[in-house]
Design a protein around this ligand. Structure first.
Ligand code: PGA
Length: 251
């Protein structure tokens, strides 16, 4: 059985002061009736304060970062290393989000280096893949996503896959209010699992957690979670509203 996993991606929102207030509010209402794993991924500047709140209130919530560089130190002005995240007790790190690919030119090759660097230091990557609307409409979505999967995991050994989470996020569904139908989302998640099975063996692919992301909200979460190959959600906008995020956790 795969433990459901729900991660909130705050994106570039909330100062560390606002983040403290948010975590206090969340801590006050947080109940995890589904006994699923929950993570929040604040901006880098708020990681430390959020961690302090999680520990102080003994919240059963994991800490994730939204990005990192693949080198461990050096002359890379403005970048954050895997070591720096690890030193803040970060457990998860989102890698290859479509916004990083779109606005910051992250290629599959860069994503691959970051995934490898994350495993090397003991961070658990949440690797994002997903197609644009053009690709979906051309009928080549599966081919595109599977190619992303293969290129991003090139050279990554089977021993790491236990600590890998994949987030299937169709770009056209992110922040748009349009969700993929649960059948379409599940079809892609199944294709991802099946390819991972080819690459690493079925035993490994059966324990791999695959999340759906793209306009997840309280009203569509239960239906998505009913699908056999969807193991959770990467939640953007709705993770910034305490009530919505709590409702999603308690789908
Ligand atoms: P959204 O974002 O839930 O606001 O669509 C999801 C994501 O980008 O991870």
């Amino acid at each position: 059985m795969r433990m459901p996993f729900i991660a909130g991606n705050w994106k570039m929102n909330l100062t560390h002061i606002q983040a403290v207030k948010f975590m206090q509010d969340l801590g006050y209402t947080y109940k995890n009736k589904n006994n699923c794993e929950v993570a929040v991924c604040p901006p880098t500047t708020a990681l430390k304060s959020v961690k302090t709140l999680i520990d102080g209130d003994n919240l059963n919530i994991k800490l994730g970062a939204q990005n990192m560089y693949y080198e461990s130190s050096g002359a890379f002005t403005g970048e954050i290393s895997p070591e720096m995240l690890k030193a803040l007790d970060v457990e998860y790190v989102i890698i290859g989000h479509s916004e990083r690919r779109q606005y910051f030119n992250e290629t599959n090759e860069i994503v691959n280096k970051k995934i490898s660097a994350a495993f090397k230091i003991g961070l658990k990557p949440i690797m994002c893949i997903g197609e644009s609307l053009d690709i979906r409409e051309s009928g080549k979505a599966e081919e595109f996503v599977i190619n992303q999967l293969v290129e991003c995991l090139a050279g990554i050994g089977e021993e790491n896959i236990n600590d890998l989470t994949i987030a299937y996020e169709p770009i056209w569904a992110i922040g748009t209010g349009k969700t993929a139908t649960s059948e379409d989302a599940n079809d892609m998640c199944r294709a991802i699992r099946s390819k991972t099975g080819e690459l690493y063996g079925n035993k490994t692919s059966e324990i791999l957690r695959i999340l759906y992301g793209g306009s997840v909200k309280p009203s569509n979460m239960a239906e998505l979670m009913n699908m056999p190959d969807i193991d959770g959600a990467l939640v953007g906008g709705a993770s910034l509203k305490v009530d919505d995020f709590t409702a999603i956790i308690n789908y």
